[in-house]
Design a binder for this molecule. Structure first.
Ligand code: SF4
Length: 371
């Protein structure tokens, strides 16, 4: 395989201590022997892939990476040690049920400098309904443990539009999340996936108007409390944007390792097909979705307009040989006139109104691209 110049590397750990009822990610309940076999397969995959020097970010997500035992976590991070030389951001997703002080020490020893923690809500009844086995106090304790160890680049996940969630409950969750002083917050509305437990139970999220009110309230509250709304679902203080995810939204290439991970290169996107059993049998197997230039240009727009600063026109032109305004002349002209887009000499971005109606904006680009 020929190495592309990728700035980022993602590893998907497909294990969790238990399964949340809204989740249909690629994951299963942790078992020691299976996790050992998965680490063997991951080692094979890493050793048989040409990975370029100069990676900027590593992100270990899942699943729940902290559900691995301490020695397995140490092995995983040791496998990635050769690639961390130049990285500026090294993120691991963790949760309070599975993270011990020894595992925190292991993360720090290997250079992890950012963690992402799923808080979701402070409300014990909502957490129970989602089959999450932690409390707000558990998350608070974990955040303070990291602060005490000198790691302050912490991101918290919050969910809204949950069944039975009231505006007051959401407001309290947001206030409590901010009281922990995280550098970054990610916001997710509940989507009911067919294959999740909620999907099978026929659970419904809140109505669209309530969902929109909740989103608007959180955006306003976080901006008043010093968080920059830099991406449609993400907020950061003091320039602590997620470097890794920003590269993805900027449509840079990235390596994806482990079953459940996707990657991207200059030809298109790839997945690791099938089940964990198939991955253990053939860790090198990948299925490609080859993308035409038109498809890649559209995906660049789709990802880039998620960022409040939008898309760099010069970078787009360098990548595709065309100016954005030549590729989508009618859409850009009409959406600027309607106050949904802002076009400057070097950038194309959404206005506040366009950000709120991003899906509609993207449909207009898709229509002009005739995809
Ligand atoms: S939401 Fe996260 S922690 Fe919950 S089952 Fe899915 S991957 Fe695991």
């Amino acid at each position: 395989m020929t190495a592309a110049r990728n700035p980022s590397l993602y590893v998907h750990v497909p294990f969790c201590a238990s399964v949340c009822f809204y989740c249909d990610f690629f994951r299963q309940v942790y078992q020691k022997e299976t996790a050992d076999a998965w680490l063997d397969a991951l080692e094979y995959e890493l050793l048989h892939t040409e990975i370029n020097d100069g990676l900027e970010t590593i992100y270990i997500g899942g699943g729940t990476p902290s559900s691995l035992s301490e020695s397995q976590l140490d092995r995983l991070l040791s496998l990635l040690d050769p690639y961390k030389i130049a990285i500026s951001e090294y993120t691991v997703e963790v949760n309070p049920e599975t993270l011990t002080q020894d595992k925190i020490d292991t993360l720090l020893m290997h250079g992890v400098n950012r963690v992402s923690i799923g808080l979701q809500s402070h409300d014990a009844a909502l957490l129970k309904m989602m089959n999450r086995h932690h409390s707000f106090e558990d998350v608070s304790r974990l955040v303070n443990q990291f602060f005490a160890c000198g790691l302050s680049n912490i991101s918290l996940d919050l969910m809204y539009s949950l069944p039975n969630q009231t505006m007051e409950s959401l407001q309290r969750s947001t206030e409590l999340a901010v009281s922990l002083n995280p550098a970054h917050l990610s916001l997710y509305s509940l989507t009911i996936e067919e294959n999740s437990v909620f999907g099978k139970q026929g659970v419904r999220p809140l109505d669209e108007d309530t969902e929109a009110d909740m989103y608007e309230w959180i955006c306003s509250y976080l901006s008043k409390h010093g968080y920059d709304h830099y991406e449609i679902s993400n907020f950061a203080r003091d320039g602590k944007e997620s470097v890794h995810n920003t590269r993805i939204w900027e449509y840079e290439d990235f390596y994806g390792f482990g079953c459940g991970a996707s990657g991207k290169d200059e030809k298109g996107r790839y997945d690791h097909p099938g089940t964990l059993k198939q991955y253990l049998k053939d860790p090198g197997a990948r299925s490609y979705i080859y993308l035409t230039k038109e498809e890649r240009m559209y995906e660049s727009v789709m990802m880039g307009l998620r960022l409040s600063r939008g898309i760099s026109r010069s970078r787009f032109e360098k990548r595709y040989g065309n100016d954005l305004t030549d590729v989508y002349p009618e859409t850009i002209h009409s959406l600027c006139k309607e106050g949904m887009l802002i076009l400057t000499e070097d950038r194309l971005s959404c206005s506040t109104h366009g950000f709120e109606l991003l899906n509609n904006v993207l449909v207009r680009f898709m229509e002009e691209a005739e995809l």
